[in-house]
Design a protein around this ligand. Structure first.
Ligand SMILES: Cc1cc2nc3c(=O)[nH]c(=O)nc-3n(C[C@H](O)[C@H](O)[C@H](O)COP(=O)(O)OP(=O)(O)OC[C@H]3O[C@@H](n4cnc5c(N)ncnc54)[C@H](O)[C@@H]3O)c2cc1C
Length: 480
């Protein structure tokens, strides 16, 4: 029973107005609201950008239909109340965390797969459909969904579009935005906009792209027409070990040089027993590479790929290692989903138990080795532990994870030093001609760097925001 049902007079007038409009679909209990105070943004990172995930929303509306979304936004526009769109709450930048005084709009009730067409190779799904459920819905049609992040069991279609996420198949199939053909979006005033659900939706700029990666500040995505890919005739996944990251790097470059485009590419350099590299870190590099398509093409691609690996000191690992990697690839997301299920209404934080950061930057290929050198030298100077340096999908998508082994997350000074180091590495990526983030958005954590990352472009984005949301009610303070 909600607080309102127990005692309507204990609710604010805002909560009462919402309960009258959306009976049975409004949360007002502080314990329930606490779930929406944070996304997966770690407590250890919550200091970034001066942010602390402490605010509770004024109320949560659990939309059950597109009409609910329209009605809430019409009301919010009239009343000048901010609205925070919330998908699976698995974002790691604070994009869906509550803003004090705002209403959080939980979209998980929009969970219908409206249409699957084998002939058109498309699927139309509502924003709250979990990515894992979408994949399952395509199975009987001999189709698959190509955006395959770790968090497939908890992230929603709308959240993945709004962060423009990347997954294991990003090399062969692109990011989430590349799967989107058309969108259904509710604007700040409640107007419904639909863009054509075909590959060339002209004339003019492709409007649906405006909402991909927009983190809910320009409109609320209610449904999308998405590409569904025919299951490939053959798939081949290989595991390789390289003595040095530089060898793996040269091998990846050679793949692209000869025109091979792996469907899956995951190169990870982790602490190990290799020779010391930049910063003195001793590491080992493991790569997983996969091809799919017609059988002859797959076999020829895999054979050429192995020859190129051998030329760069790569050793093939047993196929069981590749199978194990593929079977367990969603484990971190499953663990997160399990915790959400176990404590659906409790305040959720990923507690790393230590100071940790994880950056995913996009770089020109020619800048990757220099970025790695600068990053490792800085991390070593700070005495930080390297957790992983990696490439995902292509030679340009780079991630680096590290922790402060002696840092205390409760110590302001330790947190500030980690933030300073992370900002320095992100600025190094920008200086090298790269971009801030390739899959998680900026949310609250990185919004302070957005003007540097976009330059004059930030004025264009602000002008679009003012035009679409003049009262600034949609997800205020996020991204911009
Ligand atoms: C363990 C773990 C593993 C992860 N692995 C990956 C990974 O491999 N790849 C990757 O890209 N990300 C990954 N993430 C991050 C996260 O899963 C993605 O950012 C995901 O796309 C967020 O989806 P969500 O539904 O949880 O969105 P939320 O976290 O709820 O929201 C994210 C942003 O989108 C906005 N939003 C949500 N729904 C809508 C909507 N319908 N309309 C408008 N705006 C909306 C929110 O306001 C917020 O700004 C991981 C996270 C965790 C915890």
């Amino acid at each position: 029973m909600s607080t309102y049902e127990r005692d309507p007079s204990s609710c604010t007038s805002l909560q009462q107005a919402l309960v009258r409009r959306f009976p049975g679909r409004v949360l007002t209990d502080p314990d329930q609201l606490a779930r929406y105070a944070a996304d997966a943004l770690a407590a250890a990172r919550a200091h970034r950008s001066g942010f602390r995930a402490e605010a509770l929303p004024a109320a949560v509306v659990r939309a059950a239909s597109v009409e609910d979304v329209r009605e809430l936004l019409r009301w919010a526009q009239e009343e000048g109340v901010p609205v925070v769109p919330f998908g699976g709450g698995s974002g790691v930048m604070g994009g869906s965390v509550a803003v004090a005084g705002a209403v959080t709009l939980d979209l998980r009730g929009l969970d219908r797969v409206r249409r699957v067409s084998r002939e058109d190779r498309v699927v139309e799904a509502e924003a709250g459909v979990l990515l894992a459920d979408l994949s399952q819905a395509l199975e009987p049609h001999g189709l698959f969904f190509a955006h395959d992040p770790w968090s497939i069991h908890v992230a929603t279609v709308g959240g993945a579009i709004s962060t423009n996420g990347a997954g294991y198949r990003v090399g062969g199939y692109g990011r989430m935005a590349d799967q989107v053909l058309g969108l259904e979006v509710v604007l700040a005033g409640g107007e419904l906009v639909r863009t054509p659900g075909v590959p060339a939706p002209g004339p003019g700029p492709e409007l649906h792209r405006l909402f991909c990666g927009a983190e809910g500040i320009l409109g609320v995505v209610t449904a999308a027409v998405l590409r569904a890919w025919p299951k490939p005739e053959a798939e081949r996944l290989l595991a390789l070990r390289f003595p040095r990251f530089e060898d793996a790097w040269a091998w990846v470059s050679s793949l692209f040089e000869v025109g091979l485009r792996p469907a899956v590419l995951d190169v990870g350099e982790e602490p190990g027993s290799g020779p010391p590299g930049p910063g003195g870190y001793r590491t080992e590099t493991t790569a997983y590479v996969g091809f799919d398509g017609p059988r002859e093409v797959v076999e020829a691609s895999a054979a050429r790929c192995l020859r190129l690996a051998a030329e760069h000191a790569g050793q093939r690992l047993p196929d069981q290692e590749a199978d194990q990697f593929w079977r367990t690839r969603h484990q971190p997301g499953r663990e997160f989903a399990r915790r959400v299920r176990a404590q659906p209404d409790a305040r959720l934080r990923v507690r790393w138990g230590r100071l940790f950061d994880y950056l995913c930057v996009s770089l020109p290929a020619s800048a990757v080795l220099e970025f790695r050198k600068v990053a490792f030298e800085r991390l070593a100077r700070e005495g930080y532990r390297l957790a992983e340096f990696g490439l995902w999908g292509t030679s340009e998508l780079v991630s680096v994870a590290y922790s402060d082994p002696h840092g205390d997350p409760a110590e302001e000074g330790h947190r500030a030093r980690l933030a300073e180091v992370s900002d320095a590495l992100l600025r190094e990526a920008l200086r090298a001609g790269g971009a801030l983030e390739y899959c998680h958005g900026a949310g609250l954590k990185l919004r302070h760097l957005v003007p540097e990352a976009l330059g004059r472009g930030v004025e264009v984005l602000r002008a679009v925001k003012r035009a679409l949301d003049p009262k600034g009610i949609l997800n205020p303070g996020k991204l911009l």
